[in-house]
Write a new protein. Structure first.
Length: 203
């Protein structure tokens, strides 16, 4: 079976018992949507280039659609759905199937640990619809997952934490750099799928 097939990812993510990090100080919660389409030559995941905005810790970065939990949201999954609709114009309740959630991660921005967790929810796109970018998204694109999984997009992102230069792992694709929290969350998804045992076959 294809290791990145829809059936295999759905089975593995659906069975995953997601964990949340323990925060020393209670903080905010956020959610992102990992939206995968399976009707191309290889599976692709939707990413967006965030608009350059004052006050946005991740201004200009590549990210998955998502944002902060709103008290009016039913839960974090609803947060991911709402933010995706606002940022890229996709209504996941209508055009996608929820596959499950991944481990929440501690948010980090500009080298500082934040009192905030981010929970990724995985969706399979079942109806291809045009994107309609909101004001928080400067662009959107589809990243080929098989290429990322086999290392074809691997690169190094040179970044400075104050005066200290750092070399961080990243993916380079179509002139864009995927690094930081997005790289970490998608890497965790690929690792989860890679490490899961292959199903037994009979006959």
């Amino acid at each position: 079976m294809d290791r990145l097939s829809r059936e295999r990812i759905a089975t593995i993510v659906g069975a995953h018992r997601a964990k949340d990090p323990l925060l020393a100080v209670p903080g905010r919660r956020a959610a992102v949507a990992a939206i995968i389409r399976f009707d191309r030559v290889q599976p692709e995941i939707l990413l967006m280039q965030r608009a350059e905005r004052d006050g946005d810790r991740w201004s200009g970065h590549v990210s998955m659609p998502g944002g902060n939990f709103d008290p009016r949201d039913e839960d974090l999954r609803a947060t991911a759905i709402r933010e995706t609709r606002e940022e890229v114009g996709l209504d996941l309740a209508e055009c996608a199937q929820g596959l499950g959630r991944l481990d929440a991660i501690q948010a980090v921005a500009r080298g500082k640990i934040l009192p905030m967790t981010i929970t990724p929810f995985v969706f399979a796109l079942v109806e291809d619809r045009p994107l309609a970018l909101g004001p928080e998204a400067a662009a959107a694109f589809w990243l080929p997952l098989e290429d990322a999984a086999r290392g074809a997009l691997d690169g190094t992102y040179e970044w400075k934490l104050g005066p200290v230069p750092m070399s961080l792992p990243c993916w380079n694709y179509d002139g864009r750099v995927v690094w930081g929290l997005t790289y970490k969350m998608l890497g965790a998804l690929l690792e989860l799928v890679r490490e899961a045992p292959e199903p037994l076959t009979t006959g």
